[in-house]
Design a protein around this ligand. Structure first.
Ligand code: GLA
Length: 690
């Protein structure tokens, strides 16, 4: 056999291993039927496409898949495979292939693994081993799949604190478009997914390929087209010079790199990735959460917080999370990080009274930590200045008044594990909000760049804590959404999507974060009437209908809200709970709605769907474009209803007044006549198969 085919859910990958060199991905895209392998073998191209790990020896003059060398003794690498790849594949159900290769002269061995899951998601990784006596300096190792010429447009995401995941698009010509991070964390500006597709692709149309590196440290995602016409979509860890030097027998393994394809646009691409994550780490029902940050900041007062807990429970909230400010010396953000002991001056007798009160109300109790960080003004930094990640005697500049701890040092790891383990045990914590509030600058561990080891050490710390406390849930926060990737989501339960709770900005942030992160893993909170970051005041209905579509929560001082507001909030929370089984397991859909003043998004499952028609700004066209509802079974009949409080000041068409029954195809193609909504309002539409 000189080819392997992995296929699932209408996707297939054909790996051609006819040559002595590394196998070539001849196709990653639509299913090609049972004869895909032999058919492509008979169609050998004149100019062969780049192999699994491409370099100049393969005629690939773009970015090499493997970069590195031995000073003064350089051998360009030419791989020879060790016989046939080991493959286990079941047509239509995915499978895995392992390729082993070596270059005796260069002194390297390679193991490449490709796995396709039942949703057609491909994960890949390489492991390289130094087989010679001298050291090998590894500068980069990425995983790639080829793209066809018709993938002529690129989409990636950027962003900043409180405005994550802003899309940018461009034509994909010759050259390289790279999105890289040297921030020591995933980054607010991280693309998450880098997508190449046919011109004009959208949520519901176009052929698209996406790549994502499951890694929370430095990373690269790039698309490159060379003059021969070949193009690659690639990702991996970004290594600093000298970060990885392999001694004889030592190996480096890349993080898993995710690839997905869809013939029908971004919704299907993202949906496959969601399905992958859901199968890999199923979660129990997501409790509606109250997080105290914007309600109390550092002003911890038992009376206020117990009243807040009372109001939270009355509104239907199920989990209460005490944010920053509970530990020694933490009266502001200039001190205390690192001293993970309850501050007895603020909390005499510890957190037991608050935790007991919260539990007495039937809610879970969670606590904020930022384990990897330290303030210079802390007992920890005073006792162990050498624990700071950086070159001894010349620590990096501060960000948010803090340094990073060198987690790869066993004594630092042991201290943090002991503190976390003790507090989780003492308070039987259900939940940790695990924060990481700075980019890591000038990291040095044992004389070499330190992010690789730091990232692995953070993963180890989380993994060990979870091993000791299997029921503990963890939220990945990093000044909002700066650590949202599949590396961290393999071991945590949700991300804090953004520090901005401004529901207008949140509509966009959640829409684009949601390409990679399923809704039940995206923290989405109802903020105060006027947002604490943007200052924008928005109606409660709009804030709530925006938070409803994720892992819903509240970030608002409910003791300062009116009874009317609290009653309305309770209605929205009850609605979220009713819809939660659908919202947290269904397919996320977004219409390619032509009017830029409005959005249409929803979640569909078999027989049930809920949509939001979101009016962001004032509409120009008086009539409005029909609201087309994607993702329904065209042949089925559905009852259309409007759940939840109606938006204020809206003019609603007749269909919104009384339940109506219509075929799926009519809802999807003709659509519902548009309502006329004020800016910053949402009309929910629920659709149930009859
Ligand atoms: C970060 C987080 C916030 C909050 C603060 C506390 O900014 O993103 O949600 O927890 O830290 O200091």
């Amino acid at each position: 056999m000189s080819h392997t085919v992995l296929s699932a859910a209408g996707t297939c990958l054909v790996l051609d291993h006819t040559g002595p060199g590394l196998p070539v991905v001849r196709h990653f895209g639509a299913a090609l039927g049972p004869d895909a392998g032999p058919a492509l073998e008979s169609l050998t191209p004149l100019v062969p496409p780049p192999p699994l790990l491409a370099g100049q020896g393969d005629g690939w003059f773009g970015r090499p898949g493997l970069a590195g060398g031995r000073p003064g003794d350089h051998w360009p690498v030419r791989w020879t495979v060790d016989g046939e790849p080991a493959a286990e594949a079941e047509p239509g159900r995915g499978g895995r292939v392992t390729v082993t290769a070596a270059d005796e002269r260069a002194g390297l061995r390679l193991v490449s693994e490709l796995v396709m899951d039942p949703h057609g998601v491909l994960t890949a990784r390489h492991t390289v081993t130094n087989t010679h006596a001298g050291p090998y300096r590894l500068d980069g190792l990425t995983c790639a799949v080829p793209l066809p010429a018709r993938a002529a447009e690129l989409l990636d995401l950027t962003g900043r604190w409180a405005l994550e995941k802003v899309p940018q698009r461009r034509a994909f010509g010759h050259g390289t478009w790279a999105r890289e991070s040297r921030r020591g964390r995933t980054g607010h500006d991280a693309t998450g997914l880098l997508v190449a597709g046919t011109t004009g692709f959208g949520f519901r149309h176009g052929e698209v390929w996406g790549v994502h590196a499951a890694w929370s440290g430095g990373h690269t995602h790039h698309a490159e087209r060379v003059a021969e016409g070949h193009a690659l979509l690639a990702a991996g860890e970004l290594l600093e010079p000298g970060e990885i030097t392999l001694g004889e027998g030592e190996s480096y393994r890349t993080p898993w790199v995710y690839f997905a394809w869809s013939g029908t646009g971004l919704d299907d691409l993202g949906g496959r990735l969601h399905d992958h994550l859901r199968a890999a780490r199923p979660l129990p029902a997501r409790p509606v959460t109250l997080n105290t940050w914007e309600a109390a900041y550092f002003d911890h007062d038992l009376g206020h917080l117990t009243r807040l807990a009372d109001q939270a429970a009355a509104a239907g909230i199920e989990r209460f999370v005490l944010d920053d400010g509970w530990f020694r010396g933490r009266r502001h953000d200039r001190a205390g990080l690192g001293d993970w002991y309850v501050d007895e001056t603020v909390w005499p007798g510890g957190l037991h009274r608050l935790a007991g009160h919260v539990r007495g109300l039937g809610m879970e109790f969670g606590l904020w930590f930022e384990p990897e960080m330290v303030n210079p003004d802390s007992d920890l930094a005073r006792a162990h200045p050498d624990w700071i990640l950086g070159r001894d005697g010349r620590p990096p500049g501060l960000q948010r008044n803090q340094h990073t701890l060198d987690l790869a040092r066993p004594e630092v790891h042991a201290y943090l594990l002991e503190r976390l383990d003790t507090l989780v045990g003492e308070y039987a914590l259900d939940y940790i909000k695990w924060d990481h509030n700075r980019d890591i600058a000038e990291p040095v561990h044992d004389g070499v760049p330190g992010v690789h080891r730091q990232t692995l050490a953070a993963y180890r710390l989380i993994d060990e804590l979870r091993r000791r406390h299997p029921a503990l849930e963890i939220e990945s926060c990093s000044s909002g959404g700066a650590r949202a990737d599949y590396g961290i989501l393999a071991r945590t339960d949700r991300v804090w999507t953004s520090d901005s709770n401004d529901a207008i900005d949140r509509q966009a942030i959640q829409r684009w974060t949601g390409l990679l992160v399923p809704p039940e893993r995206m923290g989405c909170h109802v903020g105060a009437p006027a947002d604490h970051i943007t200052g924008r005041a928005l109606p409660l209905a709009f804030r709530a209908a925006t938070a409803l579509f994720g892992h819903m929560g509240v970030e608002w001082d409910l003791t300062a809200a009116t009874q009317e507001e609290r009653d309305e909030l309770a209605v929205w929370i009850a609605l979220h709970k009713r819809l939660r089984p659908l919202l947290h397991t269904g397919r996320v859909v977004r219409a390619d709605h032509p009017d830029p003043s409005a959005l249409v998004h929803g979640v569909t499952a078999s027989g049930h769907a809920v949509y939001a028609y979101v009016q962001l700004t004032s509409r120009v066209a008086a009539a409005g474009d029909p609201v087309r509802l994607p993702g329904l079974d065209p042949a089925a009949r559905y009852e259309v209803t409007v759940p939840g409080p109606l938006p204020e000041g809206a003019a609603l068409p007749r269909w919104a007044a009384a339940p109506l029954r219509l075929p799926g195809v009519v809802l999807a193609e003709a659509g519902l006549p548009a309502p006329a909504l004020r800016p910053a309002s949402v009309l929910l539409i629920e659709v149930t198969r009859v």
